[in-house]
Design a protein around this ligand. Structure first.
Ligand SMILES: [Zn+2]
Length: 132
């Protein structure tokens, strides 16, 4: 992305948050570090932002009012399981929802409206499946 020594101060200011978050590609990260070695102004800027990030992180970690309510993870897991189950079941109602449906869609001469006709049937079967 950036050449050996072609990173400008304005480039570095745009990349600082990604640099501090460890989200840059290795080559770009090296270009940032080379620029920081030769530019005191950008070193100060990065230091200030780094200190600010550390301060904010410490404040959030110490804020217990932001902790999740008791049992939140369990309830979320249950809801997610139900949503995935119904979503996966409803996928059969669409021609693109499942790979074998898609494979027979063209050779079988099916149309999208066939899924609309059969969709309620599949959804009905999916909703009744826990009863069996
Ligand atoms: Zn600079």
């Amino acid at each position: 992305m950036y050449g050996w020594n072609d990173l400008e101060c304005s480039d570095l200011r745009e990349l600082t948050e990604l640099y501090l978050g460890g989200e840059l590609l290795t080559e770009t990260n090296h270009a940032v570090m080379r620029h920081l070695q030769r530019c005191a102004s950008c070193r100060r800027e990065v230091k200030v932002r780094s200190d600010l990030r550390s301060t904010l992180r410490a404040a959030f970690m110490g804020a217990h009012e932001l902790d999740e309510p008791e049992g939140f993870a369990d309830r979320l897991g249950s809801l997610l399981l139900v949503a995935v189950t119904f979503g996966a079941s409803a996928a059969f109602a669409m021609p693109i929802g499942y790979q074998t449906s898609l494979m027979i869609f063209g050779p079988g001469g099916y149309r999208a409206r066939d899924s609309v006709k059969m969709g309620p049937y599949w959804i009905s079967c999916s909703l009744q499946s826990p009863c069996f």
